[in-house]
Design a protein around this ligand. Sequence first.
Ligand code: NAD
Length: 317
Amino acid sequence: MSDRLRFDGQVAIVTGAGRGLGRAYANELADRGCAVVVNDPAVDEAGTGLADVVVECIVGRGGRAVANRDSVATQEGGRAIVATAMEAFSSVDIVINNAGVMRHAMFDDLTLEQLDAVLDTHLKGAFFVTQAAWPHMRGNGYGRIVLTSSASGAFGKESHASYAAAKAGLIGFGKVLGLEGAHHGIKANSVLPMAVTTPRAGDGVPTGGDNVRTFDAWQKLQDRSEPERVAALVLYLASCECAVTGDAFSSLGGRYSRVFVGVTAGWVSPGSDIAAPEDVRDNLDAILDEDGYVVPDSLAHEIELAVAAVAGAPDRG
Ligand SMILES: NC(=O)c1ccc[n+]([C@@H]2O[C@H](COP(=O)([O-])OP(=O)(O)OC[C@H]3O[C@@H](n4cnc5c(N)ncnc54)[C@H](O)[C@@H]3O)[C@@H](O)[C@H]2O)c1
């Protein structure tokens, strides 16, 4: 292994870091010299903040950390979390948006309360914390943002309608942050983690086709799914050596992969003809054909691809 990645002199916010993946990120960052805001509103049975326990352990090892109990799910909460970083450490270089809740429900049964809880925490929460940190990063000409997506959002899973919508939204959010951040030395990427963390109601209860398949496959990776394996990816993306932005990466059972949205070469309606539904039906194989697909780096690139496809298409007749 080459030089160890260090974070000396840097300040990170990790949301939802009282347990699970966030705690692993906070511990690893602190052990590599980073000052960490450990955010989590949750308390144990005795009323002790989960974040306070994590901070106590980090400080006990000689690290620098401060606890924050605000919720990411409001704009005030996002601002208060960033204010904690500024008050304690006078900077914010890294935001790891990790806080999350789960509400399992088949789509027919999904309630507005469940939908709001999931969108507010995962999607709006990442907006609130990141938007409060953004001016400080711009001012420093440097920043690293990690968004926590999910394989459910990228690929789908039964009973995850609200969760998948929020998690897929974060991938698009990360692409825009990557583009806008490029002007200011800020890099933003999404992670799709899988790890054994906190059991939740509905987890591990296969109720039908897709869920049984997911459960069966996931059982085979249980002994390779420690949060620390995901932390390796997240810390790289949070480091000054991070060489990517606007991208998404999966960490699953020790396999690290890029996850992307691509576009097929497709079919172009000839000449100036306006295609009919029957044309789409008759050319579906070409539209679906993945040979020669491209991963556009922006909307501009996607439009340029269409311009080239139209220019290269044969005229009618
Ligand atoms: N564990 C997995 O396999 C997995 C898979 C895909 C995605 N994820 C995502 O990774 C992240 C961490 O997952 P985990 O398994 O460690 O979960 P976890 O439940 O162990 O930890 C999540 C933490 O977020 C905190 N939290 C909840 N609402 C919050 C709020 N409003 N403000 C601040 N903190 C809040 C909780 O108190 C909790 O401590 C989540 O975003 C989750 O959706 C996890």
